[in-house]
Write a protein that binds this ligand. Structure first.
Ligand code: EPZ
Length: 422
């Protein structure tokens, strides 16, 4: 397995291009299942999760071609010759559950493996299933699979989520586009990736009101057409790279970055003493003093502080002046990076969903283990600011969500290398 070696090397300077959002692309790709006409996604990120979704769609009978070095995905689902999403693919990536709503809406039947838990928590899919039931789906859980049927097609209904779920909103939204009649989705997620999916569905001919709000009203149509859609920039990749100069000093411009994607995060950076300015091509970031100040962070659904930036923010807080309290409200087990950061000299006390970080002046390089995608990159950020060498092991997680991470960081002066494993 590959590992990444980072050596603390002082301030960073230059530009980092931001790719299309992984989590948007992973929900846009299954939207192909809703139409017999081609769907083309531009600004696609080149990641292993995208390849896994392509594999899953192909197993169902869709055609997926990666053009322009993978930045354009040409998808086509003229006919689906298989309606079973197999455990072997679903277990690799939870986003696989997003094929359920579209397949059911289009052909009235689908069998999808239950994804199971993952490193950051139990992550059930009950809300996805309840939403489809509200549209008339008949579901049966057998042998680890959801067997779903909608004889006569899905029907418009009211979906009232007890709390915000990004994936369940996406599944419900896609299914509702082809359901007969009107579907109202209450307490819908408002994440930019959900908005991006809704925008793409509208391009395909869907009738959706309330995009970007907590209530989505969908008027079902008989069929959707093909479309070309650019994937929204990845706000989590953006936030991650914005933290690099905040941790190491220097000035970095994130090309393609937009304030509206990272508002709550920028407020925290400002409070910590990091300047973010808008330029013609993105966002420029530089810290105001040698050391940032401690700030408290509580994760929340968009427009709150994203859970997917919590680990990276903790890396910044490890060397801040003062004590910061980080509360994780979305996932129950998302502090696995804390013990690894402590191996580098960080002072962190985790009690349930709260981590208290007492900033130290300098971290020290150490061998560490990546446990999930965002944890991996937080260790790389910490390594950039540490004294000596940090070896981040098990980086396959990283390749799921960050394209060419070494190249992008080397481009702004970081010392970072990949060691190929066996
Ligand atoms: C999406 O996951 C993202 N993944 C996650 O990105 C992100 O952390 C998360 O949203 C929150 O922003 C993709 O978009 C592919 P949720 P999702 O449903 O949709 C509970 C990353 O690092 N829940 O909004 O699975 C759930 O357990 C990641 O890129 C239920 O209880 O998240 C969690 O506690 C990882 N029942 C909360 O809701 C359900 O049916 C929010 O999860 C669904 C969710």
């Amino acid at each position: 397995m590959d590992s990444i070696v980072v050596t603390g090397n002082g301030p960073l300077q230059g530009q980092i291009p931001i790719a299309g959002a992984k989590n948007a692309c992973l929900t846009l790709m299954p939207a192909t299942l809703l139409s017999e006409e081609p769907l083309t996604l531009t600004n696609a990120p080149r990641l292993s999760d995208i390849r896994t979704m392509a594999q899953l769609l192909q197993s169902l009978g869709a055609e997926v071609s990666q053009l322009q070095d993978g930045q354009v995905l040409a998808l086509s689902s003229r006919a689906l010759d298989n309606h079973v999403a197999d455990y072997d693919i679903v277990r690799k990536m939870r986003a696989s559950i997003l094929v359920l709503g579209p397949m059911l809406a289009r052909d009235g039947h689908a069998i999808v493996s239950l994804p199971g838990g993952c490193a950051i928590g139990a992550r059930p899919v009950d809300l996805h299933l309840r939403a489809l039931e509200a549209m008339g789906a008949e579901l049966d859980l057998r042998d680890g699979y959801v067997h779903a049927r909608a004889p006569g097609g899905l029907k418009g209904g009211t979906v009232d989520f007890p709390f915000v779920s990004v994936g369940a909103t996406e599944n419900a939204l896609m299914a509702a586009t082809l359901a007969k009649g009107t579907t109202v989705i209450r307490n819908a997620a408002r994440e930019p990736e959900v908005v991006d999916l809704a925008d793409c569905l509208v391009r395909m001919g869907a009738r959706i009101d309330g995009i970007g709000t907590h209530t989505l009203t969908v008027e079902g149509v008989d069929r959707l057409r093909g479309a070309t859609h650019p994937v929204v920039p990845d706000r989590i990749e953006l936030g991650t790279y914005m933290l690099a100069p905040a941790i190491c000093g220097g000035e970095v411009e994130c090309l393609g970055g937009r304030f509206d994607l990272v508002g709550a995060f920028c407020e925290k950076l400002d409070a910590a003493g990091v300047d973010v300015t808008e330029t013609d091509s993105g966002l420029k970031v530089a810290r105001r003093h040698d050391r940032v100040r401690a700030v408290d962070v509580t994760t929340a659904p968009y427009p709150g502080f994203p859970t997917d930036l919590q680990a990276q923010m903790m890396a910044l807080m490890c060397t801040a002046e003062g004590v910061s309290v980080l509360e994780e409200q979305i996932f129950e087990n998302r502090f696995m990076h804390a013990p690894e950061l402590m191996r580098m000299g960080a002072r962190i006390d985790v009690q349930g969903g709260t981590a208290t970080v007492t900033g130290v002046e300098r971290l020290k390089g150490a061998p560490v283990m990546a446990t999930d995608l965002r944890a991996s990159v937080s260790l790389i950020l910490a390594g950039l600011a540490a004294e000596g060498e940090t070896q981040v092991n098990r980086v396959y997680h990283l390749d799921r969500g960050y394209e060419r991470v070494e190249e992008k960081l080397r481009g702004v002066g970081a010392r970072i290398e990949r060691i190929k494993g066996r």
